[in-house]
Design a protein around this ligand. Structure first.
Ligand code: SAM
Length: 291
């Protein structure tokens, strides 16, 4: 095996050879430290019994590690200029397929099924473009893909919000949305110095283990997620205040109060003190009142 791509020297050589200029608008910050990538393999639990999907291979730093440690790699890259570069940098691996598509537009489910016919566990591993972290993750979670986990390098603050538990300032509707579908945990914190060019913020590796079933039973998921967002609309106000604002067109004050009483939830609490079971109970009760 030749020298790893993820070193400052090799990355510079590759960029110079092709006269490549970074596109900030595509979130292009490439990893230049191979140890970080090896740790990512550990956090993700990558073995030869696993197929992997990568989003945004860049010049192939992570792709190469996935090729070495997993059975095979499917990588989606939006920037056409990177295709000939990847062909060159990854030429010694025969288990990588690069698809020149926007991940938000690709039919990932069909592509996976056609390629792998569900023979092995599939995991997503990526150093995500930060400008669309949340849309990419939500789309992957909603697409009901046959994947067992997602391990991504993302902005540290966003990872903290996604993995947050109740009664912390990071906890919010994003925590609930992510944890409804997955068990979330932060694998490691990554300083901005291991990227080229250096971003302004530090990163974290977030590991999301897909749940077989949601942890709470919800009658209507759209209603539930909209309700949770409404509860956090003004974080410092009480639950009663946020809920009343949300339902003011559709329910009387008394009816709203009755739901809180029925669910044994004190309206003076703040949304950040509620756990997912409590949001689910309230949302289900309000949903029933609307029918
Ligand atoms: N994996 C490489 C690494 O770790 O060094 C590059 C990571 S860089 C943070 C993000 C990559 O995602 C870039 O290569 C960028 O071109 C690509 N990208 C940006 N938006 C994308 C999209 N919508 N679909 C697929 N790839 C995208």
């Amino acid at each position: 095996q030749q020298k790893a791509i993820a070193t400052p020297k090799r990355t510079k050589e590759i960029l110079d050879k092709y006269g490549f200029s970074f596109k900030k608008s595509l979130g292009q910050n490439f990893i230049i430290d191979v140890n970080i990538l090896k740790n990512m393999m550990q956090v993700a639990g990558i073995t030869k019994d696993v197929h992997t999907i990568e989003i945004g291979p860049g010049i192939g730093a992570l792709t190469e590690q996935l090729a070495v440690h997993s059975d095979s790699v499917l990588a989606f890259e939006i920037d056409q200029r990177l295709l000939p570069i990847l062909e060159d940098t990854l030429q010694e691996y025969s288990n990588i397929e690069v698809i020149n598509q926007d991940i938000l537009k690709a039919d990932v489910k069909k592509i996976c099924q056609d390629k792998w016919q569900n023979q092995k566990e599939i995991k997503v591993v990526a150093n995500l473009p930060y400008y669309i972290t949340t849309p990419i993750l939500m789309q992957l979670l909603l697409a009901k893909l046959p994947i067992s986990s997602i391990t991504v390098m993302i902005q540290k603050e966003v990872a903290e919000r996604m993995a947050a538990v109740s009664n912390t300032k990071e906890y919010g509707s994003l925590s609930i949305a992510i944890q409804y579908y997955t068990k979330a945990k932060i694998g490691m914190i990554v300083p901005k110095t291991v990227f080229m060019p250096q971003p302004r913020v530090d990163s974290s590796v977030l590991h999301l283990e897909m749940r077989e079933e949601p942890p709470v039973s919800v009658i209507n998921e759209d209603f539930f997620f909209t309700f949770v967002q409404a509860c956090f609309q003004q974080r410092r106000k009480t639950l009663r205040n946020n809920v009343s604002r949300h339902f003011k067109e559709s329910m009387t004050k008394e009816a709203i109060e009755q739901v809180l009483v029925d669910c044994h939830i004190d309206g003076t609490r703040r949304a950040e003190a509620l756990v997912m079971e409590e949001f689910a109970m309230l949302a289900n009760r309000f949903y029933q009142c609307m029918q």
